[in-house]
Design a protein around this ligand. Structure first.
Ligand code: ADQ
Length: 471
């Protein structure tokens, strides 16, 4: 076997494995199959790989038509059709909320989680079963492409790498974890957390967005064996974003965004996820209006929220709380001709980009966040030298803190102060900070993220080559 080529730009053989794929299928009214581009930051970030490399993408079948496509087989996208009950346990019980909540430290441990028989059952008969189905699909694909690097994504697939490794000891495996890696995993029974660590340590490369998450993983994992742990923050496609910001669709949304907008606009753009800390954001905004009467009538908060995971009760409850707290702020402070909080619950990406262009302050205050792409998207296209108020627990803080106004996400008083500081900041300082953010995002496009990861794969392969040559 020849040593691997170290050029990151050569055409590579890759097998990407993620729960959501780059396309989903449906049927239109006339019964014709239609293909829809999959949503989300992950798919957008990885789509660039499809153009330059030999990629097979393995993902879950999520629609009826996906299941038909799965049965047909073939093609660059392999859709795995899971048993419905197994998928329910895997997705709606274990991945979300259990793993999501543990990894974002969202549980109030006095009363949750209850890891009951049903949850143990969902782990065994759902999470493990779906991971096994993914592992089997990977092994089948490796039979076609034995030299491919397998690139797993996220918390849905922690067990699959070990399952693949057992069947294909020489496979090249890498895993990117898109969400935080906390210090404290004690809410999970030892058997679950050990299986998660063991699954990840079957990879040659395990990658996180930030040093903080990588450090927590390394500290908790014990001996790393063959695994290299790295951190590279994901980013956005700058060219695509620039084009989008200048498009007619976004311009039209900008005109409609807020006729008669107030003097200052605070914007937030998020999925309605408890990790995003939307409710505390409204309460901090209320506190600002209470303590600083001078802002009343002059500043409004525009919250553009994508309804998320509404089949999970805690998510449905969170959206209801968001609506209630926004109304409470409006009832308390609203006046004729001025609404303090404007809440729009919709998946409308063009509207989000329009708002990015127009904010004076962008509030990104998550409890915890693996990275947070909003903190990069907004500053790239903003036209008003707007200020980024950023949680110290967002992964993006590691990169962006010197230009942002930092906040602790639990500190309501601190967030009210930060909003006041951002709204009052002088023009020169706002310009300097906005410029710093924009340049950083421009210079650190998503391609850099991909190239850095590909270089890590090469290094791991070179090391493995060295080991096998000595054998
Ligand atoms: P998310 O938790 O989904 O991603 P984020 O990184 O902010 O969080 O990405 C959200 C995406 O959805 C952004 O592209 C945003 O523009 C879009 N979006 C948000 N609200 C919207 C709305 N109302 N309408 C339309 N689009 C909307 C996970 C991790 C993050 C990590 C990414 C990538 O939780 O920490 O940054 O993966 O790794």
């Amino acid at each position: 076997m020849a040593p691997p080529d170290s050029e990151a730009s050569r055409r590579r053989s890759l097998i990407i494995v993620s729960n959501r794929g780059p396309v989903t299928y449906d049927r239109d009214a006339s019964g014709e199959r239609i293909e829809r581009r999959g949503g989300g930051g992950l798919v957008t970030a990885l789509r660039g790989l499809l153009e330059h490399h030999d990629v097979t993408w393995i993902a879950s079948a999520t629609t009826e038509e996906d299941r038909v496509v799965a049965g047909e087989g073939g093609g660059d996208v392999v859709l795995v059709a899971h048993d419905a009950a197994a998928y329910e346990g895997y997705y709606n019980v274990i991945a979300n909320p259990l793993l999501w909540f543990v990894q974002h430290s969202l549980y109030g441990l006095a009363s949750e989680p209850d890891v009951d028989r049903a949850m143990h059952g969902a782990w065994r008969d759902g999470y493990a079963v779906v991971n096994r189905a993914f592992a089997d699909a990977v092994v089948a694909e490796l039979d076609n492409k034995p030299d491919a690097t397998v690139f797993f994504h996220d918390y849905h697939l922690y067990l699959a790498p070990r399952m693949v490794r057992e069947l294909r000891p020489d496979a090249r495996l890498a895993h990117f974890v898109h969400i935080p890696w906390p210090e404290d995993w004690s809410a999970l029974p030892p058997a679950m957390r050990d299986a998660i660590t063991d699954g990840l340590l079957a990879n040659d490369v395990v990658a996180f967005h930030t040093e903080r998450w990588a450090r927590n993983f390394t500290a908790g994992a014990g001996a790393l064996g063959r695994t290299t742990v790295v951190h590279h923050p994901i980013s956005i496609d700058v060219g695509e974003f620039d084009e989008l910001a200048a498009s007619d669709g976004v311009r039209r949304r900008e005109e409609q965004l807020w006729p008669g907008r107030p003097e200052k606009l605070v914007v937030r753009v998020d999925r309605t996820d408890p990790s995003k800390n939307i409710v505390r954001g409204f309460r901090a905004f209320g506190l600002l209006l209470e303590e600083h009467r001078e802002w009343r009538g002059r500043v409004s908060m525009l919250a553009l929220l994508d309804p998320s995971r509404q089949s999970i009760p805690v998510y449905a409850d969170y959206l209801a709380t968001i609506e209630r707290v926004a109304s409470a702020v409006n009832e308390r402070f609203g006046e004729e001709g001025w609404r303090p909080v404007e809440l729009r619950v919709a998946d409308d990406f063009l509207q989000s980009v329009a708002a990015y262009k127009q904010y004076d302050v962008l509030l990104v205050n998550p409890v915890y966040d693996g990275l947070n792409l909003v903190a990069k998207e907004g500053p790239l296209v903003n036209l008003r030298a707007g200020v980024l108020v950023l949680s110290e627990n967002a992964g993006a803080y590691e990169e962006l803190s010197s230009w942002a106004v930092g906040v602790n996400p639990f500190d309501l008083a601190g967030q009210a102060d930060a909003l006041h500081e951002a709204l009052s900041m002088g023009e020169a300082e706002r310009q300097a900070r906005a410029e710093g953010l924009r340049e950083h995002v421009r210079m650190n496009d998503v391609r850099q993220w991909i190239e850095a990861l590909l270089a890590d794969f090469d290094q791991a392969a070179a090391r493995d080559y060295g080991v096998s040559a000595r054998r």
